[in-house]
Design a protein around this ligand. Structure first.
Ligand code: SF4
Length: 378
């Protein structure tokens, strides 16, 4: 498509003009579009990775209140950074953001680098994020390519096949770069993304409202619904995770750090309840886990309401069990805190769901009436 157009410079110029004009008239108002400060642009791009805009907005403003510039972020503790992003998911992003802030301060004098290769060396930054930040913040001539932009390009050029296949993706990256309006790189990249997010959507694209419909080969050939070809989805996997919510007489519970244990993704290497993936559903494997892994004395486990949790292709059933104890056991890599004050430490959304089930049960008195399941460790 770009080649067809680049042989006809006038049509390429018109295409760029139409898209930029549409974007400048219709751009959505987002907090990260208030200015072009590289720190803020970078922060937004990292938060928006695989996360909906609506979910990001409250976190973005809150994060900036606590870490208004890169030095403040670099000086913060990792726990503090994680705490302010807890609930957003993908916590490796938060850790990389923190590490990158330190590198920017230590190696680049606190200024986001302008060199593409230097940016790529920062933790957690790939080609897409580097191109987005450099073009939006500095106007540098790097075109972005993500799923939205790839879909737009594929339809504009009626490109069939698996867009994520490495060769295809590389060609799309080349096309994206050829189309780039170099003098307005930041606006151009945002225009392409915005077109994919709001008009040229995966299902039922709004071609009537599309500013570049006159250049769209898929539309001309009636192929819009066939491009891109649907991706083969990985078959969903069902899992059950049982977790123990210990509760002492003061309402305190026990959280552990368990890096490298059964599931780094689910609990994101943050504070979590002792937990294990099980095949059965009666708490017996959880009781065994508590005994074998942590040396817990026999403990009565009361089953609470189940919670659902989905991570990519995994459909997870979270099965919390409450255990009332006179004293919390003292074990390494653990901490005790009030169950009602869990938000004071960084925890994943799975841990929040488990805590919510326990608090609901305690509030309604279910656990006092409920029958302990077969979770008594021997
Ligand atoms: S005309 Fe339709 S399919 Fe083509 S780019 Fe525009 S919205 Fe997408």
């Amino acid at each position: 498509m770009a080649r067809q157009m680049s042989r006809r410079p006038k049509s390429l110029a018109a295409f760029r003009k139409q898209l930029l004009r549409w974007f400048r008239a219709n751009r959505r108002v987002h907090p990260w579009r208030r200015d072009r400060d590289p720190y803020r642009v970078w922060l937004a791009e990292v938060m928006l990775q695989q996360t909906r805009i609506a979910a990001v907005i409250p976190y973005y403003d809150n994060f900036l209140r606590h870490f208004p510039e890169v030095r403040a972020l670099a000086q913060a503790s990792e726990q503090d950074v994680l705490r302010h992003l807890a609930g957003l998911g993908y916590y490796s992003r938060a850790r990389n953001l923190h590490r990158a802030a330190k590198e920017i301060v230590e190696r680049h004098g606190g200024e986001f680098p302008r060199d593409f290769d230097a940016v790529l060396k920062l933790p957690g930054i790939g080609r897409y994020t580097a191109a987005a930040v450099l073009s939006i913040a500095y106007g540098a001539p790097y075109a972005v390519l993500d799923g939205n932009v790839a879909r737009v390009l594929a339809r504009l050029g009626a490109i069939r096949g698996d867009l994520r296949a490495p060769r295809q993706w590389q060609q799309l990256a080349g096309t994206s770069q050829e189309l780039l309006a170099v003098q307005s790189a930041g606006d151009w990249n945002q225009a392409m993304m915005e077109l994919g997010e709001t008009i040229c959507t995966p299902k039922s694209p709004n071609c009537e409202a599309c500013p570049v419909s006159g250049c769209c080969v898929a539309l001309k050939r009636g192929l819009v619904d066939e491009i891109p070809a649907p991706r083969k989805k990985r078959a969903p996997v069902r899992q059950r995770i049982e977790a123990a919510v210990l509760l002492d007489k003061r309402g305190r519970t026990l959280l552990v750090r368990d890096p490298g244990a059964h599931d780094d993704v689910l609990f994101s290497r943050m504070w979590q309840f002792p937990a294990v993936q099980t095949a059965g559903n009666d708490g017996a494997e959880l009781a065994k886990h508590l005994r074998d892994k942590y040396g817990f004395a026999p403990i009565a486990l009361t089953e609470l309401a189940l919670a659902k949790h989905c991570v990519t292709f995994r459909n997870i059933t979270l099965a919390p069990f409450l255990a009332r104890v006179s004293e919390l056991p003292k074990i390494a890599h653990s901490r005790a805190l009030l169950l009602s004050q869990l938000n004071r430490v960084p925890v994943s959304s799975a841990t929040r769901k488990i805590a919510a089930a326990a608090l609901d049960a305690i509030d309604s008195g279910v656990t006092d009436r409920g029958r302990a399941r077969n979770g008594r460790a021997s």
